[in-house]
Design a protein around this ligand. Structure first.
Ligand SMILES: C[S@@+](CC[C@H](N)C(=O)[O-])C[C@H]1O[C@@H](n2cnc3c(N)ncnc32)[C@H](O)[C@@H]1O
Length: 156
C-alpha cells in the first residue's frame, strides 16, 4: 500500500486546509478548456476546475472522489491519453512524488495541445531542482512563483 492509500481516510483532516490555501493562490492562472489534474487525490480540488479530468495512482484516494467526477487511475509518467488532448495541465502538490521526472514532463508535453498551458504547483522537496530543469528544457517561456511550501511552474 502506498503512502496516499494509507492516509486516504484522513487526507482531508491532514491536508485540506493547506491545499485550499495553495489553490486560492493559483486559481487566477487557470484558463478555460479541457483540463487535466495530475495527482488529483480525492478530487476536492478537481471539482473546482471546470471541465477537468483527474489522474491519480492511489486507488484509495480515487475511491474518495465524488462519483460524478471524471477520474482515471494512472501513473503520471505513462498517461493514457492521446497526443494534444488538453488545453491545460494542472497539478497541485503531486509531481514531487513522481520517480521518473523526465518521462512525466515528456508526457505532459505530449498530451498538451500546441497552445496548451501548464500550472504545476510542486512541493519544495529534493526533486524540485530536477523538476525545474526538466520543465525549463521543455517549456521555454515558463514562469515561476512561490505558493507557500510549493513552487508554481506556469506558462501564459
Ligand atoms: C499531496 S497529494 C495532492 C492531492 C490533490 N492534488 C490535492 O491538492 O489535494 C499528492 C497526490 O499525488 C498522487 N501521486 C503521487 N505520485 C503519483 C504518480 N506517479 N502518478 C499519479 N498520481 C500520483 C498521490 O496518490 C496523491 O493523491
Amino acid at each position: 500500500m502506498n503512502y496516499y492509500d494509507s492516509i486516504a481516510e484522513s487526507y482531508d483532516y491532514l491536508y485540506k486546509g493547506e491545499q485550499l490555501k495553495k489553490f486560492d493562490n493559483v486559481k487566477d492562472l487557470i484558463s478555460k478548456g479541457l483540463i487535466l489534474d495530475l495527482g488529483c487525490g480525492n478530487g476536492f480540488i478537481t471539482e473546482k476546475l471546470n471541465n477537468a479530468v483527474g489522474v491519480d495512482n492511489s486507488v484509495k484516494m480515487l475511491e474518495k472522489c465524488p462519483p460524478n467526477l471524471r477520474v482515471i487511475q494512472a501513473d503520471i509518467p505513462s498517461l493514457p491519453f492521446k497526443d494534444e488532448t488538453f488545453d491545460l495541465v494542472f497539478s497541485l502538490t503531486a509531481l514531487q512524488d513522481v520517480n521518473d521526472i523526465e518521462s512525466a514532463v515528456s508526457e505532459i508535453k505530449r498530451i498538451l495541445k500546441p497552445k496548451g498551458r501548464i500550472v504545476l504547483s510542486v512541493l519544495r522537496k529534493k526533486k524540485i531542482n530536477e523538476i525545474e530543469k526538466e520543465l525549463k528544457k521543455n517549456f521555454k517561456k515558463m514562469k515561476i512563483k512561490e505558493n507557500f511550501n510549493d513552487l508554481v511552474f506556469f506558462t501564459l
